[in-house]
Design a protein around this ligand. Structure first.
Ligand code: SF4
Length: 359
C-alpha cells in the first residue's frame, strides 16, 4: 500500500498536460509511441471539455487511459488557497511544481457578460514599485508558459466557467519574462480559445520587451503602468525608471502605437499627495497628447509593506475626479478603475503576502 508521501512523489513525476500547446502535446504523444491524432483528442478534452481525469476521455479506450494515468496527469498547478469576495471575485493561490506560490484572480462585472482573469508571469518581481506588495517580495523566478496557461485552465476547471478576457497584471513584470509570456499568449489564443483582443499585457516600462512585442505583432492590448509624468517622482515609485528613462520609454510607446496602429492603455495609480496633484494631471495630459491611448486611473488600495507600514494613502473621491477632469484636457478618454475584491486583498501581490503572513 502506498503512503501519502509516495503518492505526492508519484504525482510530481507525472507529466502535466494542461497548459501545453498542441505541438507540445503531439511531441509527448509521439514520444509515447502513439499516433499523432491522439494528441488532438486529448487537447479537446483538456481545453474544450475541461476534464479533470483521463477516465473522462471516453474516446481513448481503457488500455490507453490506463497508460496515460501511469505517465501523465491533467493539471500542473495545485490550488493552495481560494478566497471568494462579496462581489464574487475569486482569488487563487497556486502551488507550482517546485512548491513556490503565485496568485491569480477571477473577476466578473455585474453589468457585463465577460469574465476576466488576472494571471502572474513571475514569482515575485524585481521592479520593486514602492506601492506594490509583490515589490516587497523581491524576484524569485520566471514562470514557464505552461505555468502561466495552467493558471487559466485551473481556474476554469475549479469554477466551471469560461474565461473571456485575460490580463497579465498579477505578480511579476511580464516583459522581464518576454519569451515565455509570448509563448503563453499563443497557447491562450490557439488552445484556450481567448481572442487576441481580449488579452492585455501590462508593463512597468521595459523598453526591449515593448520592442519585442511590436516585432511579434500579436493583435493584443498593451498597457503601460506610467504612474507619474515626471522622472523624479517616477524614479521614486517605479525604480526601474532609472534603467529605462521616461523620455526613451514614451518614444518606444509612440513607436509601438504608430507601427501597430493599436491604442494602448496608460495606467496611472493615484497616491494621495504623491501622484494626484493638479499639475501632474496637466503634465500627464501633455505627455500622452501625441500617443494613441486612453488613460485608466487607479485609486490606490492601501497596502502595508513588510514592516507593517502604510506608505501611501488613497486620494479622496473629489481629488480623483479633479485629476480625471484635468487629465482629459487634451481629449483622451480617461476612466477611473472599477475595483473588485477589495474585501479580500485583490490588488497585485496582496493576497500572497497575507497568505504568507498567516502561515
Ligand atoms: S506593480 Fe507590477 S511591476 Fe511593480 S513591483 Fe508590483 S508586480 Fe512588479
Amino acid at each position: 500500500m502506498s503512503t501519502s508521501n509516495e503518492t505526492v512523489n508519484e504525482s510530481a513525476n507525472l507529466k502535466a498536460l494542461s497548459g501545453l500547446s498542441l505541438a507540445e502535446l503531439e511531441k509527448f504523444i509521439e514520444e509515447m509511441g502513439l499516433p499523432k491524432y491522439r494528441a488532438a483528442q486529448i487537447h479537446t478534452w483538456i481545453y474544450a471539455k475541461l476534464v479533470t481525469s483521463f477516465d473522462e476521455m471516453t474516446n481513448l479506450g481503457a488500455a490507453l487511459r490506463d497508460r496515460l494515468k501511469q505517465e501523465a496527469k491533467i493539471g500542473l498547478l495545485d490550488i493552495a488557497h481560494l478566497q471568494v469576495s462579496r462581489d464574487e471575485t475569486r482569488k487563487y493561490l497556486f502551488k507550482l511544481p517546485d512548491g513556490k506560490i503565485v496568485e491569480s484572480v477571477l473577476m466578473s462585472f455585474n453589468d457585463r457578460t465577460t469574465l476576466t482573469a488576472c494571471v502572474s508571469s513571475q514569482v515575485g518581481c524585481a521592479v520593486g514599485c514602492t506601492f506594490c506588495a509583490t515589490g516587497y517580495l523581491g524576484f524569485k523566478r520566471n514562470l514557464t508558459a505552461q505555468e502561466i496557461v495552467d493558471q487559466i485552465m485551473a481556474i476554469e476547471r475549479e469554477s466551471g466557467k469560461r474565461i473571456s478576457n485575460i490580463v497579465y497584471m498579477g505578480q511579476g513584470e511580464p516583459l522581464l519574462n518576454t519569451e515565455e509570456v509570448i509563448k503563453s499568449i499563443h497557447t491562450m489564443i490557439e488552445s484556450v480559445g481567448i481572442g487576441a483582443r481580449h488579452i492585455t499585457v501590462s508593463t512597468s516600462g521595459i523598453i526591449p520587451g515593448i520592442e519585442r512585442l511590436r516585432e511579434e505583432d500579436l493583435p493584443i492590448c498593451l498597457a503601460l503602468s506610467l504612474h507619474a509624468p515626471d522622472s523624479k517622482t517616477r524614479e521614486e515609485i517605479v525604480p526601474i525608471t532609472k534603467t529605462y528613462p521616461l523620455g526613451a520609454l514614451m518614444e518606444s510607446l509612440k513607436n509601438y502605437t504608430d507601427s501597430t496602429g493599436r491604442r494602448v492603455t496608460i495606467e496611472y495609480v493615484l497616491l494621495a499627495g504623491v501622484t494626484d496633484k493638479p499639475e501632474q494631471a496637466k503634465a500627464l495630459a501633455e505627455m500622452v497628447r501625441d500617443i494613441h491611448c486612453m488613460i485608466n486611473l487607479i485609486p490606490f488600495n492601501p497596502t502595508a509593506n513588510d514592516l507593517g507600514e502604510m506608505l501611501y494613502e488613497r486620494p479622496t473621491r473629489e481629488a480623483q475626479l479633479r485629476f480625471k477632469q484635468l487629465a482629459e484636457r487634451t481629449g483622451k478618454t480617461v476612466t477611473i478603475r472599477l475595483e473588485r475584491g477589495t474585501d479580500i486583498d485583490a490588488a497585485c501581490g496582496q493576497l500572497h503576502n497575507r497568505f504568507l503572513q498567516t502561515k
